[in-house]
Ligand binder design. Structure first.
Ligand SMILES: C[S@@+](CC[C@H](N)C(=O)[O-])C[C@H]1O[C@@H](n2cnc3c(N)ncnc32)[C@H](O)[C@@H]1O
Length: 228
């Protein structure tokens, strides 16, 4: 089975306890989710919103609360995660796409807002660059990409090893068991292709987006890219 399919299998099997686990495993999880609305201009009223790697819809719920009248497109490669979203947002008319981000294709000017929380780290550096090239095409003028994730060069052992120690300390402080930490670190080493924030800002800027970093604590980072 390919890495792509394996990562999705992990998420397919994780829907039951996903939110509770993420709160225990991921530092600042709620803050990371809220970043999809926290750093938007006050008068920003997106009509069309795309979420890349929506999972079980935790950031979608925050968006819907703030922008109940927007049109939503939720993309995720996990059929089971999308099933949870369909049930959770059954009162809303939402366009669901079961697809890998690497294969996504949209019309020019399709979205006012594109968001991704904790999902793009599953793409390797080249795949990220290829995705970023599409953003100014898919976004309307002055449209915004809010991108929140773990951003650290996973191949830089000098930085990554101490990060793993800090992460383990956090997870264990929330009663993460040995078995859970083993699963989480195995998942991370197998499927998380995290890249440095400054590198990714460069890649985003090379597509002519205006990019800044409104929030970050250690390697947990929110980037905002505007299609000026
Ligand atoms: C850690 S979860 C994040 C979900 C949600 N955005 C959140 O913040 O809780 C990552 C999600 O990305 C999806 N995913 C992973 N790789 C993907 C890919 N290449 N294309 C599309 N979705 C992917 C997984 O199925 C999973 O639902």
């Amino acid at each position: 089975m390919s890495v792509k399919r394996n990562v999705v299998k992990d998420f397919d099997e994780w829907t039951g306890t996903y939110t509770k686990d993420m709160e225990r495993f991921v530092p600042h999880y709620k803050k990371l989710l809220n970043s999809v609305v926290d750093y938007l201009p006050e008068d920003f009223k997106p009509r069309n919103i795309l979420e890349l790697g929506c999972g079980n819809g935790n950031s979608t719920a925050i968006l819907i609360n703030q922008f109940p009248d927007s049109a939503y497109t939720l993309l995720d490669a996990s059929a089971e995660m999308l099933k949870v979203c369909k049930k959770r947002f059954s009162d809303y008319s939402i366009h669901y796409i079961e697809q890998y981000m690497q294969d996504a294709s949209f019309e020019t000017d399709a979205f006012d807002l594109i968001v991704a929380t904790l999902s793009i780290h599953h793409l390797n550096s080249q795949e990220k660059k290829e995705l970023f090239i599409n953003l100014p095409v898919w976004l309307i003028k002055n449209g915004i990409f809010m991108y929140t994730d773990l951003m650290i060069d996973h191949q830089n052992k000098v930085l990554h090893d101490p990060f793993m120690k800090r992460w383990e300390t956090f997870a264990r402080s929330n009663e993460t068991t040995d078995e859970e930490w083993e699963w989480l670190s195995d998942h991370h080493y197998a499927y998380d292709k995290t890249d440095d924030a400054n590198e990714q800002m460069k890649w985003l800027r090379s597509t002519n987006l205006f990019v800044d970093k409104p929030w970050s604590v250690e390697d947990w980072t929110c980037l905002r890219a505007i299609n000026k």
